[in-house]
Design a protein around this ligand. Structure first.
Ligand SMILES: [Ca+2]
Length: 441
């Protein structure tokens, strides 16, 4: 009896001692690693220098992966993996699949596949979709979010224009079995001779039959060409950023505006105006919409669509009465390369259903400094911007002033949201993947 009581008491105290020791060691581990590792609630913690980025208060960033190659668009799986589309093959492969086995936020390459370059990548209903510059493929995903047929995808779209200029076939998917493919115009402003002083604008612009718009295809049919697709929207010079807004059940896009107003028409535009115009634009797209390229461009100072000089414009004359207006406009030549509506709950409430835009950065603002090279946020309500745009994440270029795109160490190109509400940003210079998290509570 006595021995039983003693042993029971000893066991009781032993348990207490073990528990105290365990708590002490956990707290020691957390304190020792608070800037580099993960916290008790398994939330990923930012790098000490926020991966070199400047962010709003309460946000942090870490480098999730690095040196992947020319990382264009990205998509996160529900299970925490990440697919990255590459613009140049690495080891003969154009898609990288990253996973994070120990959940510390640092990702490792699990596999790579796909023998084609390109930009577009998206996930819908257990399929991964990826585009080359002329085709779209789809792959089956297993219950872990991993592709089951990496070497044998279904080619659902083929033979789209690839004329080098504006060749990225960015993609988005709706909830009704359709995929939307950007076919950028291989042209600045549809002149008879592209980007040449004195060359007239072609009317009607023949490029619009095959490019300069968004085409809609079925997700489950093989080898669809132009004749199987629907020209869903036209007059869009080059849409690299597009996203299906689930709240509105509608397509939204960001367009790269035309270049070279000063170079081609120095008697109408000076270098300052030409650096700021035309606007980079964001549109809400309905079937059949025409955004007006090449006949008009948008001017966010005059707040109107202006007739292009190739079509009789002088920088003031309005045009494009039947063309849609943008829902947001940005300074020229910032190159909006990705659009993402934020649906997560990790970030503060103002970000919910708002739009993030990754600006790849400019070349055509010289002699003024180049602009872009950051991620912008615009708050939204009921599918429309409800406030001014603001720079959300800056510092990718690693330099105060970018005179030439080659000066930029990193250029934002793709966006995706992790299932925990973190925001991933890809860079197509060094292949860095940034993960932005909200740490303040
Ligand atoms: Ca890891």
């Amino acid at each position: 009896m006595f021995s039983f009581v003693l042993s029971s008491q000893i066991q009781h105290y032993m348990k207490k001692i073990v528990l105290v020791f365990l708590l002490a060691s956990i707290s020691f581990v957390i304190n020792a690693n608070d800037s580099t590792k993960f916290s008790l609630n398994n939330q990923v913690v930012a790098d000490a220098d926020n991966a070199g980025l400047t962010l709003p208060s309460g946000f942090g960033a870490l480098i999730a992966a690095d040196n992947l190659g020319r990382a264009r668009h990205i998509v996160a799986t529900k299970q925490g993996g990440l697919y990255v589309k590459l613009e140049r093959l690495v080891g003969g492969k154009g898609i990288v699949y990253l996973t994070d086995a120990n959940k510390d936020g640092k990702m490792e390459v699990e596999t790579s596949f796909g023998n084609y370059i390109g930009t577009g990548i998206a996930i819908k209903d257990n399929y991964l979709y990826a585009s080359s510059n002329e085709d779209v493929f789809r792959y089956q995903l297993d219950e872990n979010g991993k592709v089951t047929n990496p070497d044998n995808p279904q080619r659902i779209v083929k033979g789209l224009w690839d004329k080098r200029q504006h060749a990225s076939k960015s993609i988005a998917l709706d909830n009704a079995g359709n995929i939307y493919v950007n076919i950028g115009a291989p042209s600045n402003s549809c002149q008879e001779v592209d980007r040449t002083k004195g060359s007239k604008g072609m009317y009607p612009c023949p490029i619009l039959d095959s490019a300069g718009g968004i085409w809609q295809f079925k997700v489950d049919q093989t080898d669809q060409g132009y004749h199987n697709g629907v020209r869903y929207a036209t007059g869009l010079r080059n849409v690299v950023g597009l996203d299906w807004n689930q709240q509105q059940n509608k397509l939204y896009v960001t367009m790269h505006g035309r270049d070279m107003l000063y170079t081609l028409y120095p008697d109408m535009f000076d270098t300052t105006v030409s650096a700021e115009l035309p606007s980079e634009t964001m549109y809400e797209i309905n079937k059949g919409d025409d955004a007006g390229w090449p006949y008009v461009y948008y001017d966010h100072f005059q707040k109107k669509k202006v007739l292009s000089p190739e079509y009789g414009g002088d920088g003031k004359k309005a045009g494009g009465e039947k063309a849609i207006d943008p829902i947001a406009a940005f300074p020229a030549h910032m190159a909006p390369n990705a659009l993402l509506f934020y649906t997560g709950n990790q970030f503060p409430a103002k970000y919910k259903n708002g739009a993030f835009i990754a600006f790849h950065g400019s070349w055509n603002r010289s002699p003024l400094p180049q602009e872009g090279y950051y991620v912008v946020f615009i708050p939204f309500e009921n599918g429309k911007p409800s406030g001014q745009w603001e720079v959300f994440a800056n510092g990718f270029s690693g330099t105060e002033v970018v005179k030439n795109p080659r000066d930029a160490k990193h250029r934002p190109c793709g966006l995706t949201e992790d299932s925990d509400g973190s925001l991933y940003v890809s860079d197509d210079v060094k292949g860095t993947i940034y993960r932005i998290v909200y740490n303040a509570k």
